[in-house]
Design a binder for this molecule. Structure first.
Ligand code: B1M
Length: 221
């Protein structure tokens, strides 16, 4: 099978909610020497993007979305261990989660995958994470970057509360905070006191990799 057929096959497997197909094609992608980043972004993630559009046009419904995400994770499980780690000796620590009240986690998981691929050690708090958990985990794991996702306007305010919780604990200057998800803009990030927002997982990972260089090593001592 040609590279383009495998990539479009991965997209179709997600769109059609076929986990077995996604797993098989992910394995074929590795055997064929296809860059695993490409297989994730141009193949699997593209399928979820299409499903998002279909959902918006009422051509797909909740069960289809859940089957699609299940297929995407099947493919990701095969590909993720093959994403080459970048970076040097010390692995920067990422604390990541979806804001309280929000159970969407597909985009958050993509951000985690891409951040891990550029060298971060990820502490994944999951979805619908209570506000105070981010700062608690940051202290426990001596975090470098905090990544918060939300896809709903109703849960955006919780991001502001998360940023405030870092200030209240006196640790705001020890970490860099990135917020993201469809309704989040860089202006909103600035308004709530976060460091930035980026439109997709790849951009978020590129930013995080650079910004950790500005953090002093001994700040958690
Ligand atoms: Co829901 N949902 N959903 N949903 N869902 C949306 C988000 C919605 C826009 C659909 C709509 O109405 N048009 C809408 C929100 C409206 C709003 O507030 N603006 C919505 C709603 C309302 C709901 C429920 C309330 C529905 C209900 O029950 N009545 C409910 C929420 C319950 C809750 O959270 N408490 C709900 C439930 C669900 C499912 C469980 C069925 C499922 C989620 C499954 C899962 O995540 N495990 C689901 C899905 C799949 C969607 C849509 C269709 C697709 C989301 C997705 O996964 N996209 C979505 C509509 C849409 O987006 N078109 C919708 C693919 C994913 C790769 O993209 O997460 O955006 P995304 O991530 C992108 C970028 O945003 C960015 O990078 C990624 C690309 O690389 N990004 C970051 C994400 N996080 C980032 C962080 C960063 C930087 C970039 O830095 C930190």
């Amino acid at each position: 099978m040609e590279e383009s057929e495998i990539i479009s096959g991965l997209t179709n497997a997600v769109v059609n909610g076929k986990k077995d197909q996604a797993v098989e094609l992910a394995q074929q992608a590795l055997t064929a020497g296809i860059d695993p980043y490409k297989a994730v972004i141009d193949g699997l993630a593209k399928g979820m993007e299409i499903m998002g559009q279909k959902y918006d046009c009422k051509q797909a419904f909740m069960p289809h979305l859940l089957m699609a995400s299940n297929a995407m994770y099947g493919g990701m499980d095969v590909l993720t261990p093959h994403l080459k780690l970048e970076g040097g000796a010390r692995r920067a620590v990422l604390v990541i989660g979806s804001a309280e009240g929000d159970v969407h986690d597909i985009g958050k998981n993509l951000v985690k995958t891409m951040m891990s691929a550029v060298g971060f050690e990820a502490v994944d708090l999951g979805k619908d994470v209570p506000i105070g958990k981010f700062a608690e985990a940051a202290i426990e794991h001596k975090a470098d970057v905090i990544s918060v996702s939300t896809l709903m306007t109703s849960t955006m305010d919780n991001m502001e509360k998360i940023v405030k919780s870092f200030t209240e604990k006196g640790i705001r200057n020890k970490v860099k905070i990135i917020v993201g998800g469809a309704p989040i803009t860089p202006d909103y990030a600035a308004d709530i006191g976060a460091d930035t927002s980026k439109p997709d997982a790849m951009e978020a990972a590129k930013w995080a990799k650079e910004i950790v260089k500005d953090l002093p090593d001994n700040r958690w001592n």
